[in-house]
Design a protein around this ligand. Structure first.
Ligand SMILES: [Mg+2]
Length: 244
C-alpha cells in the first residue's frame, strides 16, 4: 500500500491557508500560492532547481504577485515565519489513524510516497507520529525523481519487495498520484476528499475518504495479494458477506 502524504494524510491546505492569512492578513491567497507552487515544483521535477532554491523562489514570486517587493533577507524571513506557523498547524485528517491501524492489523506493507524535500517531510512525518506505520518512505527530494514518473513508483515497489501489480497507490492528486500510479502498473486510487469527481478515468478508483479504503482493498485488490499477504497464516481479519 502506497500512500501520498500531503492532503492525503495531512491537511496541508488548511495549514498553508492559515499561514498565508496570518502573514498577509488576506484570506483568499491559497489559489495563487497553489498555482505558484505547481509551477515551481515542476522546475524541481524537471531537475532545473533543487527544493531549497524552489522554496525561496516560490516565496519571492508569491510576494511579487501580491505586490510586495522583498529583498533576499525579507523573502527568507517570510519563508521562515511561514514554516514556523505550518509546523504548529499540521493536522492529520480524522480518517487517517483508523485506516493506518487497519492496514497494520491486516498485515499490509505500507509506504509513504511523497513529492517534497526530504528534511521537511521527514520532520512532518515524525512530528505527527506517522513513522511507525511505514515500512518504507520514498521522498522525491531524496530520490531525485518524483511522481508521476514511473521510476518513483517502481522504486517504492522495490523498497517494499513487491511487483507494481501487487501494489496500490492512494493520493489526492488525480494526475500525479492516481493516473501516475495507474500508468506505472500499480492499482490506482484517487482520494477525492472534496467530491469534485464526476467520473473516475479508466483504471482509477475514487474514494472520498480513507474510511472507504479497507473495503475497496478487500473488494477490488485482495485478488492481487495486497491485504491477503499474511492472511493465509494468521488471518488478521475476515470478510463475511462483504462485512469486515
Ligand atoms: Mg498530495
Amino acid at each position: 500500500m502506497c500512500l501520498d502524504i500531503d492532503d492525503t494524510l495531512i491537511d496541508c491546505t488548511a495549514a498553508i491557508r492559515l499561514s498565508l492569512s496570518a502573514l498577509t492578513g488576506q484570506n483568499d491567497l491559497w489559489p495563487l500560492w497553489d498555482l505558484i507552487t505547481e509551477e515551481h515544483v515542476a522546475l524541481v521535477v524537471a531537475g532545473e532547481i533543487d527544493y531549497a532554491i524552489m522554496h525561496h523562489k516560490r516565496t519571492e514570486c508569491f510576494l511579487a504577485e501580491i505586490g510586495i517587493l522583498a529583498d533576499e533577507e525579507q523573502v527568507k524571513g517570510f519563508e521562515r515565519r511561514r514554516r514556523e506557523i505550518l509546523t504548529r498547524s499540521w493536522q492529520l485528517f480524522e480518517d487517517v489513524l483508523p485506516c493506518l491501524e487497519w492496514l497494520r492489523a491486516a498485515g499490509v506493507l505500507v509506504a509513504a510516497v511523497t513529492n517534497a524535500s526530504g528534511a521537511h517531510q521527514r520532520k512532518k512525518i515524525a512530528d505527527l507520529g506517522l513513522a511507525r506505520f511505514f515500512d518504507h518512505v520514498a521522498i522525491a527530494g531524496e530520490l531525485g525523481v518524483a511522481k508521476p514518473d514511473p521510476a518513483m513508483f517502481h522504486s517504492v515497489c522495490l523498497g517494499l519487495g513487491c511487483d507494481p501489480a501487487q501494489a496500490v497507490h492512494v493520493g489526492d492528486k488525480l494526475d500525479t498520484d492516481a493516473i501516475g500510479a495507474r500508468d506505472a502498473g500499480l492499482g490506482a486510487v484517487w482520494l477525492d476528499r472534496d467530491g469534485i469527481a464526476e467520473r473516475a478515468p479508466a483504471g482509477v478508483h475514487t474514494i472520498s475518504g480513507l474510511d472507504e479504503l479497507p473495503e475497496l482493498l478487500v473488494s477490488e485488490f485482495a485478488k492481487l495479494g495486497v491485504p491477503a499477504q499474511r492472511a493465509t497464516e494468521t488471518p488478521a481479519f475476515t470478510v463475511r458477506n462483504g462485512v469486515l
